[in-house]
Ligand binder design. Structure first.
Ligand code: F0G
Length: 490
C-alpha cells in the first residue's frame, strides 16, 4: 500500500496573483524612502510577504461562493444570523458581536471594563491588546510560564500561564481584575500553544476569585491542533472537539477573524454576561455599526462563517503545522538560532543570538529584518525591542525581554518552493551576519511605535552590498567592516 510521507497542500490553485519581483537597487531605494520601517513599504516592493498571517490568507471557493449570498441589509441580515450560528456553535457563548477586526473587539471590551487602578493579566498580551488595555487606564500584565520566555526551551506548551505566580499575585490584586485574557496561540511569545490542562487550572483559579476568563482566540484552531499532537488524551479527538473544550472554559472570547477564520477582514467579541453584552453593543453602534453587521459587509460575515468551519479540517491543520515546521527544520539544520519548538503560524528568528555583536539597545531584530528584505525581498516583522521596548529619558532604548524576527506564513498562499526561497534567503543573511550593525530610533509616535517610527543606522550603512556574489568578485573586501559602533560586544 502506498503510504506517502509527503504531506501535501489539501487544495489546488484556481486563481493566481503575480509575485512582485524587484532588483536590490529598487529595494534599497524603497527602504530609504520608508526610513527603514518595513511597515512603510508599498507591498509591490515585496516579493514574499511574511510580515503577517493576518488578513493575508487565500479564501476558498466555498468562501467566495458564500460571499455572493451576502445579505447587505442594515438590520437583521441573513448573513449575520449565519455568522452568529457558526460562532455560537463553535464557542458555546451566548452573545455574538461582530467587529471589523480583532482590535475593535478589544477596544470595545476594555473601554467598558477598564479604568485606572485596574489590571488585566494575560499569558502574553498581543501588542494591540496591551495598547487597548493600557489606553483604558488599566495595567496589562503578563504571566506566561518562564519557559515561554526562553527561546531554547522545548516545553510543548510555552504559551501556558504560570498558575502559581498568577495565584500568588491574585491574593493581593484580585479585587482590581475585571477579567483575564489567555491568547491562543500565544502570538507575542512565538505562536506557542496553551494546553487544556493549563486552561482548566487558570479557569479554576479565576473562578475562586469570580474573575471571568476571556480567550484571545485568533489562532484557536492551530492551538487545538497542537493540543491534539502534544497533550495526553487528545490524540484521537477532532480539532473541533478540542476547540469546544477550550471555549467551554471561557466566559468570553475576542477574535481577529483575519487569522483562523480565513478572513481578509473581520472579528468578533463573544460573551455570556448579558449586561456587559448590552454595553458592548451600545458602544459598537457608536463606533462600528449596528450589532448585526458591526462594521462588516454581509458578504464578509458569510466568508467568515465558512472559514470558521474550514479551518478545523484535519487535513488542513496537518498541512498547516507541517509547512511551518518545514521552514523551521531547514533553518535549524543550518544552525540558525530560532525560537524552539516551531510555532503554529510563524517561524521566529532569535535575533539576539543571530546578531550577538548587536546589543539589544541597537535593535538587532530590526537590523535583521531589513537585511532580509534588502537582499531577498522577504518582508518579516520585528517582535522585540522596537515593538515592546521604549525610549528611556536618556534617549537609549529599554530592551524588550526577547528580540525576535517573525516570519509569519499566510494561510494557503505560498508554495513549498516559495518557502525554499525564504530558507535560502535566511541562510544567506546568516552567512554574512557579521556585516550587519545596529539601529537607533530617529522619531516615534506615543503608542504602537513600530508601525510608524523611523530608524537610523548606527555606525554602518545597511544599504551597502553585503556581498555581490557568494563566490565571484565580491565587494566585501572593498567595504570597511560594519560593526555596531558605540556599544558593540563583538
Ligand atoms: N490578538 C492577537 C493574538 C493577534 O495576533 C492580533 C493581530 C490581534 C489580537 C488584533 O487583531 O489585527 O484583527 O485587529 N495580529 C496581527 C499579527 C496583526 O500580525 O500578528 P486585528
Amino acid at each position: 500500500m502506498f503510504e506517502p510521507r509527503t504531506i501535501i497542500e489539501p487544495f489546488r490553485v484556481k486563481m493566481v496573483e503575480p509575485l512582485p519581483r524587484r532588483t536590490r537597487e529598487q529595494r534599497a531605494a524603497a527602504l530609504r524612502r520608508a526610513r527603514l520601517n518595513l511597515f512603510a513599504l508599498p507591498a509591490d516592493e515585496v516579493t514574499i510577504d511574511l510580515m503577517t498571517d493576518s488578513g493575508t490568507g487565500a479564501m476558498s471557493q466555498g468562501q467566495w461562493a458564500a460571499m455572493l449570498q451576502g445579505d447587505e441589509s442594515y438590520a437583521g441580515a441573513r448573513s449575520f444570523y449565519r455568522f452568529e450560528r457558526t460562532v455560537r456553535a463553535l464557542t458555546g457563548l451566548r452573545h455574538i458581536i461582530p467587529t471589523h477586526q480583532g482590535r475593535a473587539a478589544e477596544r470595545i471590551l476594555f473601554s467598558i471594563v477598564g479604568r485606572k487602578g485596574l489590571a488585566v493579566p494575560a499569558n502574553t498580551h498581543f501588542d494591540t491588546t496591551r495598547a487597548n488595555v493600557e489606553h483604558s487606564g488599566c495595567e496589562a500584565l503578563d504571566f506566561v510560564i518562564p519557559e515561554g520566555l526562553d527561546p531554547q526551551s522545548e516545553h510543548p506548551f510555552k504559551g501556558n500561564v504560570d498558575v502559581p505566580r498568577l495565584g500568588h499575585w491574585l491574593e493581593h490584586n484580585a479585587g482590581r481584575v475585571p477579567l483575564m485574557v489567555v491568547t491562543v496561540t500565544n502570538n507575542s511569545g512565538g505562536g506557542q500553544p496553551v494546553s487544556i490542562e493549563n486552561l482548566r487550572a487558570v479557569k479554576a483559579l479565576l473562578a475562586r476569585h469570580k474573575i471571568p476568563l476571556f480567550l484571545d482566540c485568533a489562532r484557536f484552531a492551530e492551538n487545538a491542533w497542537f493540543i491534539r499532537q502534544r497533550e495526553n488524551d487528545y490524540a484521537h479527538r477532532s480539532p473541533r472537539e478540542i476547540a469546544h473544550e477550550m471555549f467551554r472554559l471561557a466566559d468570553g472570547a475576542m477574535m481577529s477573524a483575519k487569522k483562523d477564520a480565513f478572513g481578509n477582514i473581520g472579528g468578533f467579541l463573544a460573551l455570556n454576561d448579558d449586561a456587559l453584552a448590552t454595553e458592548c453593543r451600545n458602544l459598537l453602534i457608536l463606533t462600528e455599526g449596528f450589532p448585526t453587521y458591526g462594521g462588516l459587509a454581509g458578504r464578509d460575515l458569510e466568508a467568515l462563517a465558512v472559514g470558521l468551519d474550514e479551518i478545523l479540517d484535519e487535513r488542513y491543520l496537518e498541512y498547516r503545522i507541517a509547512s511551518t515546521r518545514y521552514v523551521w527544520e531547514h533553518l535549524a539544520a543550518a544552525g540558525i538560532p530560532l525560537m524552539r519548538p516551531p510555532g503554529g503560524h510563524a517561524v521566529y528568528l532569535d535575533a539576539r543570538r543571530f546578531l550577538p555583536h548587536v546589543p539589544p539597545e541597537l535593535l538587532p531584530g530590526q537590523a535583521l529584518s531589513i537585511a532580509l528584505f534588502l537582499e531577498a525581498g522577504v518582508r518579516s516583522v520585528e517582535i522585540g525591542t522596537v515593538m515592546f521596548g521604549r525610549t528611556r529619558p536618556d534617549g537609549k532604548q529599554q530592551p524588550a525581554v526577547l528580540d525576535l524576527v517573525r516570519l509569519a506564513i499566510p494561510r494557503r498562499v505560498y508554495t513549498q518552493s516559495h518557502m525554499d526561497y525564504v530558507i535560502e534567503a535566511v541562510q544567506y543573511i546568516w552567512r554574512h551576519r557579521e556585516r550587519l550593525g545596529g539601529l537607533g530610533i530617529a522619531s516615534e509616535p506615543p503608542a504602537l511605535r513600530h508601525f510608524t517610527c523611523a530608524f537610523e543606522p548606527v555606525g554602518w550603512d545597511p544599504l551597502a552590498e553585503l556581498e555581490r556574489t557568494e563566490h565571484g568578485q565580491g565587494h566585501l573586501a572593498q567595504l570597511p567592516p560594519h560593526r555596531a559602533a558605540p556599544s558593540s560586544r563583538g
